[in-house]
Design a protein around this ligand. Structure first.
Ligand code: 4AD
Ligand code: MG
Length: 504
């Protein structure tokens, strides 16, 4: 028995693989099976002249996703996927799969989501889930190597910590309870017991808007550190994100390549992350302040002009190739070649046209952005496009941030920080120094209209040995989406839960 990822070690030997048929084609007494076993892909060749009749006819009948056990000799073959080929000497079928719904043709996203339980078997999803796994391991390693204690915070909670509009309410033995939006408040208590902790668990938010970065159930990593101020917090976030991205570059080159991820862009995390106050960020977004000689609005306008030029060029090339195909005397090969080119160009055109529609809207909303408002997705994109590494924005208007954030020197602002990922991914981390003064915290809870009794236990942390402390929360799915450069968070988690999606 062997796994495909270990074939290098058994070259020349006869081994047995178990898995599923990813693909099969037959030609002149040969059957080529692409076997998938979860660790990789391997071409298995069944040769009618070398195999008993029964085994060969089984091979010939295999359908996509049939489950099989295949035995044969492993030979090196650079041209094959994975670099090895198995010459079949025996074959056993566990089950001959029925017509598989996911085929090579392009499927719509809703169809794929309805078949998420099967879609997970595809190459891209395979790569994403393996990267997600590695990210999770790297996150634990980072905190464990630094002496943080992992803690499990409750999922049933009586406390609304991240606003009252996104609560999932539930019944807890006739008492009103919520699914946790965050583990932070419990993390703060634990940090006063252990010094430095982190939580890593599912969190829940009833987000009734369909966006490409909101899930109703997502996994969050929340470290909490005693005797830590906002600057130390930002240093930790930077070190942390760099560590995780480096780990993935190191450990998942094959998966990143399969996803066609431009890894040069990921390597930019090695540069220092720019840090700016909210007030400066607003000036930059509005085009009132340049960074590194670049102006947000002018950059967008230039990009739009370039984009429109590129669209015109592509349209011309498509027309030219379409004319070529129709010309008399064209060979079949040339026609196919041009048709493929045209299909590729049209795909690019679709993306470009989409962006050329977005940019004018971004410009409008950037110019109109009002100081005091929270950033929308497009504002984040306008800002982060000027940098290639993640950007940290600190000192936010108190009115748009959570009650627990510590007031800055100017009490209209709080010591919060958001980390915005490059390439349009927006906020991946939200953190802050916490209000450690009992009276100010009581005032904030009252201002928010939150029930004081529910927070008495939390206020105790300010009554008994209160210390400056900070922490942050990283949304795992947003990190996975950025690292894999996915268009939507729905592909970052095995079974996404979001508005309008409870099955499968
Ligand atoms: O900024 P948020 O709301 O911060 C907190 O929850 C704090 N308690 C964290 C802390 O300081 N301990 O959320 C933190 C991160 C966001 O930056 C984002 O990455 C992710 O959680 N997030 C979501 N991810 C997917 N879907 C959603 N609906 C998300 N809401 C937040
Ligand atoms: Mg946030």
């Amino acid at each position: 028995m062997a796994f495909i990822e270990q074939l290098a070690a058994v070259e020349g030997q006869t081994v047995t693989l178990r898995g599923w048929v990813a693909n099969k084609r037959s030609s002149k007494g040969l059957v080529f099976i692409i076997l998938r076993d979860g660790t990789g892909l391997c071409q298995c060749v069944a040769d009618a002249s070398k195999l008993n009749e029964e085994a060969f006819s089984l091979a010939d009948k295999l359908t996509q996703e049939s489950s099989v056990e295949i035995t044969g000799k492993i030979c090196r073959d650079e041209r094959q996927v994975g670099g090895y080929e198995l010459r079949v000497s025996d074959l056993k079928v566990y089950q001959l799969a029925q017509d598989y719904p996911i085929t090579k043709k392009a499927h719509g996203v809703e169809f794929l989501m309805d078949n998420r339980h099967l879609w997970l078997r595809s190459n891209r999803q395979w790569a994403i889930m393996r990267i997600r796994n590695r990210i999770i391991q790297a996150i634990h390693r980072f905190f464990q190597e630094r002496g943080f204690i992992e803690m499990d915070s409750p999922i049933f909670t009586g406390n609304a910590a991240e606003g009252t509009t996104t609560l999932f309410e539930t019944d807890f033995y006739d008492e009103k309870a919520y699914l946790a939006q965050t583990g932070q408040l419990y993390g703060e208590a634990m940090a006063m017991a252990m010094g430095r902790i982190y939580t890593f668990g599912p969190t829940f938010r009833a987000e009734k808007s369909k966006t490409r970065r909101h899930l109703s159930e997502f996994w969050m990593i929340e470290p909490e550190i005693a005797f830590c101020d906002l600057d130390m917090n930002m240093d930790l976030i930077e070190e942390f994100l760099r560590y995780v991205v480096e780990a993935i570059l190191e450990e998942c080159p094959e998966e990143l390549e399969l996803l066609e991820r431009n890894i040069e862009k990921l390597k930019n995390v090695r540069k220092p992350f720019p840090r700016m106050s909210y007030t400066d960020a607003v000036k930059i977004i509005r085009g009132e302040k340049d960074v590194n000689g670049r102006n947000s609005i002018k950059t967008l306008e230039n990009d739009l002009a370039e984009l429109r030029q590129r669209i015109t060029d592509i349209q011309a090339e498509v027309a030219e190739r379409e004319a070529k195909i129709k010309a008399p005397g064209m060979k079949k090969g040339e026609i196919n070649f041009n048709q493929n080119k045209i299909a590729g160009l049209k795909n690019e055109l679709k993306d470009l046209e989409e962006s050329s529609k977005n940019i004018p809207q971004w410009i409008e909303s950037a110019k109109a952005f009002e100081h005091g408002n929270d950033f929308g997705g497009s504002d984040e994109t306008v800002l982060t496009r000027l940098f290639d590494s993640p950007v940290m924005v600190y000192n936010w208007p108190a009115g748009i941030k959570a009650f627990y954030m510590k007031r800055a020197n100017d009490p209209d602002y709080v010591k919060g920080v958001d980390v915005l990922a490059p390439e349009g991914y927006g906020e991946i981390v939200g953190g802050s120094e916490r209000e450690d003064n009992l009276d100010l915290l009581v005032e904030r809870i009252k201002d928010e209209g939150l029930p004081m009794e529910a927070f008495e236990w939390y206020l105790d942390l300010r009554r008994y040995g209160s210390v400056p402390h900070s922490g942050f929360g990283l949304g795992l799915e947003r990190l996975v989406a950025w690292i894999c450069k996915l268009p939507h968070v729905r592909e970052t988690i095995p079974f996404p839960r979001m508005y309008g999606r409870l099955f499968p």
